[in-house]
Write a protein that binds this ligand. Structure first.
Ligand SMILES: *Cc1c(COP(=O)(O)O)cnc(C)c1O
Length: 388
């Protein structure tokens, strides 16, 4: 069965993904089952999306209940799950308004549009530059690709959207320099660079960036698409740094497996977008938002404490393994710099029953937040044998 699915996919699906040779057909919690009936411990969670694993009871009930009532209303009309989720997000973050979309890239597009409009309204239409970091990842639309600070993503798709410059991470002077050379609307960053290799920024640096932005009326946008929704051990990763961003984008884990993006707007920018300034047909979809409500309700202090505890366990255990040179990241977003090439390690892990992903030269682990300790121990055991 696996082989048949793979053949059909390779024939008919655009060849942009270098998939691992597994077709997942079902799952329960953090166990995935492939088309040949083989089970895997899932340490990737669909790239940080399946925040409570597969077929989670409460989540599944919430989305089915909503789908049985109304599956879509369009943004011509009001819908309860959308209003409720926006209210919950604001209560939990101190942000003031939320724009819903369907993906991380779209959440960032809204952040970028809001920043440009705010700067044009307050400083003039020649103030539009957004500073992002080298090695960042913000999405694959032409504009979010332009925001992404990695040249290899750019090469095929010029001309890019103008107005983005890329600063060296951990170097506040580079941000000062770029802000003095360009009329700057915003600084956008991931507190833990995900696709860039699972690297957490230092507290000193993030706080210095936040202060510089605030002192100069430059908006601070935090991209929480991957780090958000409990993954870092706090609800949003910026909360580990004691800063208050102006705009927060998130997506991946927000609806527990359904496509949903959110752009949260702080006090300064809450009214920047007015009627007709932005929109999305699917954005705020009731089924996706019902999933989001159910996910957010469960990311409480107890769950977050368990994320931090599991994180510590993984960090401390991996640090002792032969063949692992460095353990990076935060919470349940963990990068392993292995002596063997990462892709080779990932393929071996998957063969031995542990699903994982690769980011740059690292193995990237993003398990469901509620994964059992016993599965973590089993997965670590497989990884220990594969990396050495
Ligand atoms: C995945 C990701 C995106 C893009 O999200 P899509 O849903 O694929 O558009 C943007 N920013 C970060 C930090 C991400 O990890």
């Amino acid at each position: 069965m696996n082989d048949q699915i793979q053949l059909e996919d390779r024939e008919y699906v655009a060849g942009v993904y270098n998939r691992f040779p597994v077709a997942i057909v079902s799952g329960k919690g953090s166990i995935a089952t492939d088309a040949d009936g083989k089970n895997y411990i899932d340490m990737a969670a669909g790239i940080a999306v399946n925040i409570f694993g597969y077929c989670d009871e409460a989540w599944y009930r919430a989305i089915c209940k909503q789908a049985a009532k109304v599956q879509h209303v369009s943004n011509l009309f009001y819908s309860e799950p959308c209003a409720r989720l926006a209210h919950m997000l604001c209560d939990r973050t101190g942000m003031k308004k939320v724009f819903f979309s369907n993906s991380g890239a779209e959440a960032n597009e809204c952040a970028i549009k809001t920043a440009r409009k705010y700067a044009a309204d307050t400083k003039g239409s020649d103030c539009f530059t957004i500073i992002t970091l080298k090695n960042s990842f913000h999405g694959r639309t032409i504009t979010t690709l332009s925001a992404t600070g990695q040249d290899h993503y750019h090469e095929l798709y010029r001309p890019l959207t103008p107005g983005f410059v890329h600063a060296e991470a951990e170097d506040i002077d580079d941000i000062r320099r770029l802000a003095s050379e360009n009329k700057t609307a915003a600084i956008m960053l991931e507190c833990v660079q995900g696709e860039g290799g699972v690297t957490a920024l230092s507290r000193e640096y993030v706080q210095a960036v936040a202060k510089f932005a605030n002192d100069n009326d430059i908006l601070l946008i935090i991209d929480e698409v991957q780090t958000g929704n409990g993954r870092s051990g706090k609800l949003y990763s910026y909360m580990n740094y004691d800063i208050q961003p102006d705009i927060v984008s998130t997506a991946k884990g927000l609806a527990g497996g359904l496509p949903l993006g959110a752009t949260m707007l702080g006090e300064k920018v809450k009214n920047v977008l007015g009627h007709g300034d932005h929109g999305s047909t699917f954005g705020g979809n009731p089924v996706a938002c019902a999933g989001g409500v159910s996910v957010l309700e469960r990311i409480d202090d107890e769950l977050l404490a368990s994320v931090r505890r599991k994180s510590k366990l993984l960090f401390e255990t991996f640090a002792k393994f032969d063949g692992i040179e460095k353990v990076t990241g935060m919470g349940l977003m963990i990068g392993l710099k292995t002596t063997k090439p990462a892709r080779e390690v990932a393929e071996a892990c998957i063969k031995d029953g542990v699903l994982c992903s690769v980011a740059k030269d690292r193995i990237r682990l993003l398990p469901a937040l509620n994964i059992d300790d016993s599965l973590l121990f089993q997965a670590m055991d497989v990884i220990r044998k594969v990396v050495r």
